[in-house]
Design a protein around this ligand. Structure first.
Ligand SMILES: [Mg+2]
Length: 222
């Protein structure tokens, strides 16, 4: 007898659950949104106002910028002098010595501007043609000198600098709205322009020129 009541109870619960689910489905949940962790690009919306149909909407990508390292935020003149052979050529092994990289002097005004950029909600990507062998030294240097956090990209030794920068920026652009790039070389400017972002050239290893650079950036991110 008890068993029979138990079965009737279970059956009742099942019927109630089915009824509840079918009603909920008809009404549709007000808004169902799915987005990836980093401000996902595609959002799926299901709304009763769309007759329960699924529609796809584009979320704005988070803002970002590209910052070169050598000659832009790091003064590497001493390292370069040490790595210059008597015939004027460069000893690249020495130039990309992690211990020497760590000794580069920070360009303090650039740090101030990068902190301001960060406060404006623009993510920083440090895209440098330094070889990947010094990646850890670069990260150490950025942290040691209190530069804002950001992803750091370096070049594999066999890669051509220009192509590497363009490829890296295009990959970043898949997930971010990259507004501008700052660099001290014509090659940086070509890479930025090729990727369709505002290109700002800063005088090599200059503190003062960052004042002008900040004004240029202010026009872009206000
Ligand atoms: Mg540079």
């Amino acid at each position: 007898m008890r068993r029979r009541y138990l079965w009737i109870g279970v059956l009742g619960l099942v019927i109630l659950s089915v009824l509840f689910l079918s009603v909920a489905r008809k009404q549709g949940s007000p808004l169902k949104a799915e987005a990836s962790l980093f401000g996902g690009v595609q959002t799926r919306l299901r709304s009763s106002s769309f007759g329960g149909q699924e529609v796809f909407a584009q979320l704005p990508k988070p803002k970002a910028c590209i910052i070169d390292i050598d000659g832009t935020i790091a003064n590497e003149k001493e390292r370069r002098a040490m790595a210059t052979n008597p015939d004027g050529s460069t000893n690249w092994r020495k130039y990309f010595n992690p211990e020497l990289v760590k000794k580069d002097k920070p360009i303090l005004k650039s740090r101030e501007v990068l902190r301001w950029i960060e406060e404006k909600g623009v993510k920083i990507f440090y895209v440098s043609s330094r070889e990947t062998t010094v990646l850890e030294a670069s990260k150490w240097w950025l942290k040691a000198h209190n530069f804002p956090e950001g992803e750091v990209y370096h070049r594999k030794s066999f890669a051509q600098s220009l192509e590497y920068k363009i490829d890296t920026i295009r990959t970043i652009q898949k997930s971010y709205h990259v507004i501008f790039g700052v660099g001290d070389r014509d090659r940086d400017i070509t890479a930025y322009q090729t990727c369709g972002i505002a290109a700002i050239k800063v005088a090599e290893s200059s503190e003062e020129d960052w004042i002008r650079v900040k004004n240029e950036i202010a026009k872009l991110i206000k």
